[in-house]
Design a protein around this ligand. Structure first.
Ligand SMILES: Cc1cc2nc3c(=O)[nH]c(=O)nc-3n(C[C@H](O)[C@H](O)[C@H](O)COP(=O)(O)O)c2cc1C
Length: 329
């Protein structure tokens, strides 16, 4: 029986399939189901500073009649914020008590001091790692790409210098030089990089003439971006890559490993097909290894990464040179 265990950020995972942060990682029950189905680790749903501010503000407003002075209101709002953070910590603590697999906490904040405050609190609850969910949208045309990048690097450096323990960042793919961005994150000394988050995508409802959300779930043909950048960067950086977005089956999992990912994070596939997809991916990986004669993941992780593969420059190709003729997969 091939050994499908892997090492990601120094954590020993019994499978390279990680439950990505999302609705299914916000309750103990679903985390447990993921573990039972064979997940190697779980990333809890992100704690969002923006959401906490909104919820605490709403709670304070609705108690406005009883809170007579602005001092009372500030105090109440601070308590309400703590309540929401405590709820997250309670899920983290319970997950750590009940699960045997690593539990990664995920944070999305606006101000660096809150990122660090939450990270400290989660580390005190023995989170196995912290994943920073960082996804600004560069919509202000006054701000150059350099500044957008600098904000990311400054953030990563202060997070690294002040957050002990294993640290990863999940980024989006909208940077002018992804290779430079990934390398500089690596130079800051993070243990893991998740490529890539899939953002909320606004759409238009033509009937109501309103903005609506397009499907929050990825489709199985969306893995290409992550595959290319995993293959391009995995041989160049020390940090481990977890591939993310569009990984729905064993084939996509195996491709990511061949490109050099140490693990994959999946969300949509579980939401669409149920927890059984984790079991299927694990057994599909195992069968593939048996068929090809690989005993351990180490035997083939990164085999087709740019650095290791004779024709690795194919990962850099962007033009379709032939318009007629055979296209091989
Ligand atoms: C409904 C929904 C909620 C999500 N919430 C979070 C979140 O709180 N934090 C986060 O980092 N990613 C979140 N994600 C993104 C997923 O973790 C993942 O990065 C993305 O869905 C791409 O992976 P997939 O193709 O396997 O779905 C969410 C995704 C969905 C569909």
């Amino acid at each position: 029986m091939p050994d499908i265990s892997t090492e990601y950020m120094g954590l020993k995972l019994k499978s390279p399939v990680i439950m990505a942060s999302g609705p299914l990682t916000s309750s103990l029950d679903s985390l447990k189901k993921g573990e039972d189905a064979g997940a190697g680790a779980v990333v809890l749903k992100s704690i969002f500073e923006e959401q906490i501010e909104k919820d605490a503000g709403r709670d304070t407003q609705s108690s406005g009649d009883y809170l007579q002075s602005s001092d009372h209101m500030e105090y109440f709002e601070a308590m309400a914020k703590d309540y929401y953070v405590d709820r997250y910590m309670s899920l983290l603590e319970k997950a750590k008590e009940s699960l045997d697999i690593p539990v990664i906490a995920s944070i999305n904040c606006k101000s660096i001091s809150t990122w660090l405050d939450y990270a400290d609190r989660f580390r005190s609850c023995k989170a196995d790692a912290i994943e920073l969910n960082y996804f600004p949208i560069a919509s202000n045309a006054e701000i150059s790409g350099d500044k957008v990048d600098k904000a990311l690097f400054d953030f990563v450096k202060s997070a690294r210098s002040r957050i002990g323990g294993r640290l990863s960042i999940k980024i989006g793919s909208f940077y002018s030089s992804l290779s430079n961005v990934i390398r500089r994150i690596d130079e800051a000394g993070l243990e893991g990089i998740v490529l890539f988050n899939r953002p909320f995508r606004p759409d238009i409802d033509l009937e109501r003439l309103e903005i609506k959300s397009s499907s929050p779930l990825s489709s199985p043909n969306e893995y290409g971006m992550s595959l290319r950048w995993t293959a391009l960067m995995s041989g160049e950086i020390k940090a481990d890559i977890a591939a993310n977005t569009g990984i729905h089956d064993k084939n996509a999992l195996i491709k990511m490993l061949l490109a050099g990912a140490k693990a994959v994070e999946i969300c949509s596939a579980i939401m669409e097909k149920g927890y059984g997809v984790i079991t299927e991916m694990n057994s599909g990986l195992s069968s593939f290894m048996e068929e090809k004669g690989y005993g351990r993941l180490k035997d083939f992780i990164g085999l087709l990464a740019e650095e290791n593969y004779e024709r690795g420059d194919a990962w850099e190709r962007v033009q379709f040179l032939r318009t007629i003729g055979p296209v091989t997969e």
